[in-house]
Unconditional design. Sequence first.
Length: 302
Amino acid sequence: MLDVCLLGTGGMMPLPRRWLTSMMCRYNGKTILVDCGEGTQIAIKQKGWPVKPIDVICITHFHADHISGLPGLLLAMANADRKEPITMIGPRGLEKVVKSLMIITPSVPFDIEFIEIENDKQTFEFEDFRIKSFAVDHGMLCYGYTVEIDRAGKFDADEAEALGIPMQEWGVLQSGENVVFAGETYTPDMVMGPERKGLKVTYATDTRPTDSIVEAATDADLFICEGMYGEDDRDDKAEEYKHMTFSEAAEIAKKAQPKEMWLTHYSPLLLRPKDFIEKVQEVFPNARYGSDGMEKNLKFSE
């Protein structure tokens, strides 16, 4: 099961009932945070999720509403007695920007491994998941992210028994390793079926519509996309400031066909995003307007 939570859905500045845009995913004891604007640590605490076990932080770009919450969050992790290193992924210049922000915090008792994205598309492999970055169009270096979790094929117990593999070795084969028994070598492909559909979440914000977003979000279980403006007369503003309208997000979802789309990163002037969701659903029916603390538990399909 992959837990996904929109910690905040605001753009530019936090509002009394809306934190700045941030997303958190949890899977198999690992936690991934995407963006960390002002107030993110408060949003995490309001959700009731701990800050200590965050393993990876992905930053889309260096505008304050996406990164200014880092010093407070890192200090909160330190106060939670975190000692394990943390990985941080983001555009070129990430290490310099983060270290500049951390001047206002005492030294933290854990290492930060900085990974600066080098290409328009890049994949980062971790033990239980992978993260794919993709360039978007915001007038400055900015990336979206996809979190993918693979699912192995079904284990064939009858075949394992027929081959004479001891039951205590079945788990080894299921984990992808070979087994040597009675002078014979058994490989996972002997007892594992073809890979099954995994899980996929795509997150894109602060951007104009791009083909890279469509490609990244294709067949996603959940697509989280910016909708800075809901009103029909904001197309010029969206183009000028390199953002998207609800309608433009809907067209991306129509092309990518994710199972579900959530809108986020609202303008401070957009106080009631639900007033504009009906038009989005006319284009892409399985669209929802995001709200702070909104959560979904994604499960593997049988």
